[in-house]
Design a protein around this ligand. Structure first.
Ligand SMILES: [Zn+2]
Length: 245
């Protein structure tokens, strides 16, 4: 398919050494929700070393900040991330990041405009073809974070009519063949909020496993999901409780 229209600006913090693109990671900026978020990612005024391949603004405009997607990578998901066996900085080397402009307090209404959702979907549809990806290669910062510290893109509408996936299939000319229910079956985790447990004094992994699964012996499941080296947990720590085995 034809590439969607975009405008270009060059991010300050791009890096050489791109690895084969294996996925797309969606984020929200948690900034002002305006063009200023794009400008921040071009050249962060506070000195943070971050960048992203694309931004999508509320009017649907797409900004390409990486001048060569096959040659350079951007620094959008390099900390506490895991995707397809890649970890941390390997993730950014092998993924394309899209920051969807959004206010830090989600105070805009609607949270995402139709033009914005459509542009994100069209961009992802094009990237899918360009880099020989599948729908399961389109992921979110929330899904690949290992320490629970990110939940973006917050409230982004994936499902339903007017959702990301409906526009995605439309962009690929396959809208009719993909009923929404079918699409939902393919992306079961995308919008499910993660179940978490706040560690209290006296908690052990076994106790927590007993509480959520009814079986203390299932504690390794929690250990694994949180990438814990041993079994030590600290009061106040937030643990992800996986809902599937
Ligand atoms: Zn993010």
């Amino acid at each position: 398919m034809k590439a969607p229209q975009w405008r270009e600006l060059k991010a300050k913090h791009i890096r050489a050494g791109r690895q084969k693109v294996q996925g797309v990671v969606l984020h929200d900026t948690a900034g002002s929700g305006t063009h200023n978020d794009t400008l921040y990612l071009v050249n962060p005024g506070d000195g943070r070393i971050v960048s992203v391949d694309f931004t999508v603004e509320r009017d649907g405009s797409i900004w390409k900040l990486n001048p060569n997607l096959s040659q350079f990578f951007c620094l959008h998901a390099g900390r506490a991330t895991k995707f397809k066996g890649l970890i941390n900085s390997q993730v950014t080397r092998a993924t394309i990041g899209i920051e969807i402009c959004q206010h830090v307090k989600l105070s805009l209404s609607p949270a995402y405009t139709t033009a914005q959702v459509k542009s994100v979907a069209q961009l992802c549809a094009w990237l899918t073809g360009e880099f020989k990806l599948t729908t399961s290669d389109i992921t979110t910062h929330r899904q690949i974070i290992t320490d629970g510290s990110r939940s973006d893109p917050r409230q982004f509408p994936f499902e339903g009519g007017g959702g990301f996936w409906s526009y995605y299939w439309q962009a690929l000319g396959k809208g009719k063949e993909h009923a929404v229910s079918e699409v939902m079956a393919k992306t079961p985790d995308l919008e499910k909020p993660k179940l978490t447990h706040n560690v209290a004094a006296g908690d052990t992994l076994s106790k927590i496993a007993k509480k959520y699964y009814g079986k203390a012996s299932l504690w390794p499941r929690i250990q694994k999901a949180n990438a814990l080296k041993g079994t030590v947990i600290i009061p106040g720590q937030v643990l992800v409780i996986p809902q599937k085995s």
